[in-house]
Design a protein around this ligand. Structure first.
Ligand code: A2P
Length: 282
């Protein structure tokens, strides 16, 4: 199993990254330091997460040369539009205290799900993304939470095609159509919440497979993603679990078990959908 993925512009990214959503507490600094020490070299943040400054400070203060790690950030819904996106990119760079961002994504396809003219705003946003890319402010551009009909809007008009699509993806919510459509169009898929935010840890099938392969349920989830060429971005605030999440290259899930996971009923969905109001679970 390769430990790097290649984007359509030939940039290489690791097979696993570190998710940072909800890391905004004081403990973040230790969490980020631990994440580096555990071996993570790809860090996924967003302007919406409110932690770019802290993450940037920790990375800049580490002894890692800039080219030895990668950082991803995202344009938030309210930052969409041509001028706004150019400004958002510069603001993220400033908060990160860096002179380039490795991967820059459009966080959601629609700034407002009621807006019938969402395509116009999205294309204006993408134009600015292309300019940031061409100016070298960002080394790769892509999207997040895009279904095929959102991707089509960009792909029909783009000068620079999207290189990444980051989706909610985990056993019990595999978004097969969006994953296959992205991959068919040479767009690398990343998984947010690849562990289903702990909602999968007692699932009988996953527990059975964890025992069979002598690994944790988290490792089953991550390996499941990797075997479909999906790059997982697990979050953890615990050093031992960070190590556990990177230790997924010593076993392989057999094809018949992959199929069993693929056929699981919907489990652990966050309730988020790019075209609908968020569903809140009790
Ligand atoms: P913790 O921070 O205590 O490690 P997701 O990435 O799907 O959003 O899930 C994140 C959640 O999964 C966090 O609550 C995290 O808790 C937990 N987690 C991360 N890695 C592991 C692991 N290897 N085993 C058990 N729980 C984990």
């Amino acid at each position: 199993m390769k430990k790097m993925l290649e984007l359509r512009n030939h940039m290489q990214i690791p097979t696993i990254g570190f998710g940072t959503y909800k890391s905004t507490q004081a403990r973040d600094i230790k969490e980020f330091e631990d994440a580096i020490r555990a071996g993570n070299r790809y860090f996924d943040t967003a302007s919406f997460y409110g932690n770019e400054e802290k993450l940037g400070s920790v990375l800049n203060a580490s002894n890692l040369p800039r080219e030895s790690f990668q950082i991803a950030s995202k344009v938030w819904k309210e930052e969409m539009g041509y001028e706004n996106t150019l400004n958002a990119c510069k603001a993220s760079l400033k908060r990160l205290q860096m002179n380039y961002i490795d991967v820059y994504l459009v966080h959601w396809p629609k700034a407002d799900i009621q807006d019938e003219n969402w395509k116009v705003k999205l294309l204006d946003t993408w134009k600015a993304m292309e300019e940031c890319y061409e100016a070298g402010l960002v080394k790769a551009i892509g999207v997040s939470n895009f279904l095929p009909h959102h991707l089509d809007v960009i792909m029909e008009k783009a000068k620079v095609q999207p290189m990444i699509n980051q989706l909610e993806f985990h056993p019990g919510y595999i978004q097969a159509e969006a994953v296959l459509y992205s991959q068919k169009n040479d767009i690398v898929v990343q998984a947010w919440s690849p562990l289903g935010r702990t909602k999968l840890f007692e699932d009988p099938l996953l527990v059975e497979l964890a025992e069979k392969y002598q690994v944790s349920v988290a490792q089953i989830c991550l390996r499941f993603a990797i075997q479909q060429q999906v790059m997982p971005l697990p979050k953890s605030s615990n050093y031992e679990r960070m190590l556990n999440n990177l230790d997924v290259f010593h076993f392989e899930i057999q094809e018949e078990d992959m199929e069993r996971i693929q056929k699981m009923p919907q489990t652990g969905w966050s309730g988020e959908h790019p075209d609908r109001e968020r569903v809140k679970f009790l």
